[in-house]
Design a protein around this ligand. Structure first.
Ligand code: ADP
Ligand code: MG
Length: 262
């Protein structure tokens, strides 16, 4: 393949170089550089509209970058320099790549007409064509991990928001992803349901999963993140170890944001 879709160096799970994204004429990512190593947990914080969801969506191939270079798990996702043709994956390749990335949204997006167990086994059976027995066994294990072993036969509507979100996490994990993306996973939950979801995410982080988590839960970010990135107006304003960025932010904008969300 031209331009080499493989990254030569020892490879991080995500590597972004100068990526930009625009909706129509409005540029919302204005040159983003970052890297996530295997096993690393990165929390992304920043005001509403700063581009956090868009950045996650680029990593998961739900949006196409307009310039820059982006690798996910060593595969080049998009590449464009001024005046050159965009290097893009085919739809088939995008599907294949996306199967390696789990994503959990603010709204749980479970299949409402399927039981919890059916939600978990659908993608591994259909997309990966794995044997059903093995998939079922793994699904029950995952439900135990998220504390919902007894809910396998329930329908999403019979569960609380917190339980649905834990099912959504288990469903993403059922594909055995190399990377998990979380986009404000607890923002739609009643406060008393947030803790259980964060506990599941904390355990997942400890298990060595590579994670990018967009969250306003600053306490969680401080406890769990290896690194925190503060995004504002389509740019990474500040990034560093969680304790440094949260307890000793250097930039006025980071300071103001943290003061407001605390
Ligand atoms: P965040 O997740 O940090 O709140 P987003 O990535 O959702 O930020 O949005 C960044 C900017 O892009 C915002 O100004 C938002 O209004 C705009 N935007 C997001 N999605 C779309 C879309 N599908 N079409 C047009 N503009 C969008
Ligand atoms: Mg968002």
């Amino acid at each position: 393949m031209t331009m080499g879709d493989r990254q030569p160096v020892d490879r991080p799970i995500v590597r972004a170089e100068g990526i930009r994204h625009a909706y129509g004429r409005t540029e919302v990512l204005k040159g983003i550089d970052f890297q996530v190593e295997a096993g690393e947990v990165v929390c992304m914080i920043g005001p509403s509209g700063s581009g956090k969801s868009t950045l996650l969506r680029c990593v998961n191939h739900l949006e196409r970058i307009s310039s820059g270079r982006l690798w996910v798990d060593g595969h080049l996702v998009g590449y464009r320099q001024k005046g050159t043709r965009l290097y893009e994956l085919s739809d088939k390749d995008i599907c294949r790549r996306r199967a390696d990335v789990g994503m959990v949204f603010q709204q749980f997006n479970l299949f409402p007409h399927m039981t919890v167990l059916e939600n978990l086994i659908e993608a591994p059976c259909r997309v990966r064509r794995e044997p059903k027995n093995a998939v079922m066994e793994r699904a029950h294990d995952l439900l135990r991990q998220v504390g919902l072993a007894d809910k396998h036969g329930a329908y999403p509507a019979q569960l609380s928001g917190g339980q649905q979100q834990r099912v959504a996490i288990a469903r993403a994990l059922s594909m055995r992803p190399k990377l998990m993306l979380f986009d404000e996973p607890t923002s739609a939950l009643d406060p008393e349901l947030v803790g259980d979801v964060l506990d599941v995410m904390r355990a997942l982080a400890r298990s060595g999963m590579t994670m990018i988590v967009v969250t306003h839960e600053i306490g969680f970010a401080r406890d769990v993140a290896d690194r925190v990135m503060f995004l504002d107006d389509g740019r990474i304003v500040e990034t560093g170890p969680a304790d440094q960025v949260i307890s000793h932010p250097q930039h006025a904008r980071t300071q103001a944001f943290l003061a407001a969300v605390r």
